[in-house]
Write a protein that binds this ligand. Sequence first.
Ligand code: C2E
Ligand code: MG
Ligand code: MG
Ligand code: MG
Length: 282
Amino acid sequence: RAKRQGRGLVVLFEPAMEEDRLARLELEADLNRAFEKDEFQVFYQPQVDLVSGELVGAEALLRWKHPTKGFVSPAVFIPVAEEMGLIHRLGAWVLTTACCEAKRWPSTATIAINVSAVQFATGDLVAAIGEALEASQLPAERLELEITESAFVQDSKGLDEIFERLLGLGISFALDDFGTGYSSLGYLHRFPISKIKIDRSFVSNVPMDGQAMAILRSIRALAEGLDIKTIAEGIETPEQAETLRIMGCQQGQGYLFGKPMDAEAIQSRLRADGSQQRALVA
Ligand code: C2E
Ligand code: MG
Ligand code: MG
Ligand code: MG
């Protein structure tokens, strides 16, 4: 039947696509089950002050331990969870889990949580955040939401209201993967962004790559002019950290300072960091 309707439809029945479609259905079923079966876990990656070296925060990164496939990357399953609509429940779970964890930390480090544009587009994000703060009793000032430029693509009237309500709660916003999106710089000025996360792609090749250096310098100048803090992601070497520090970038995150780790490990890191800071002051 498909064949008679022309070429476009025939393509749908090619074996490779049929396989993709089945794999996709299986992934969706797995994700639904994973949520019921508690296969998700939140990891935490240190964020440090590039001048003092102090641990000032951590980013919550979702992990999925599949019973047979092992760890599945969020880069793979988040887009699928978004399309399925599961992202709302999953995102709310990450918010509550990470805020409760941060409340137990032996310091007042901030917790940065990624929210996808799909979550941002709806009013239930505000409710989910209210619930996470309520359940955890975490002071809102310690919560930072990481959003990407894709959050700005939607109708901006609605955005103003969402930002206003979230800002009213006392939380702050970091713009993730900065430099890789399409959004206009005007958004930085229009919305209450207090931190820019410089994308790893600009960090990997410094200080050797002159073009990456030029981009970093202009991001730093822009941020300084707008009174916005910067954090560089994906710092893997001391040279990269030093280069960014000299450029005036306040914070860094990356394997050099620590890979994403489980809740217990980040607690030990925070505890060790605290005694080290106290020793330095004493
Ligand atoms: P992201 O928010 O930009 O997170 C940074 C990613 O870079 C993380 O990958 C982290 O493990 C990785 N990374 C950190 N330091 C280094 C480094 O020095 N070198 C290298 N090569 N990589 C580094 P991960 O954990 O696989 O997460 C991928 C993306 O998935 C995140 O990118 C974020 O967009 C998304 N994601 C993760 N957790 C959540 C979540 O809870 N909700 C939502 N909506 N998205 C999430
Ligand atoms: Mg992030
Ligand atoms: Mg990022
Ligand atoms: Mg990135």
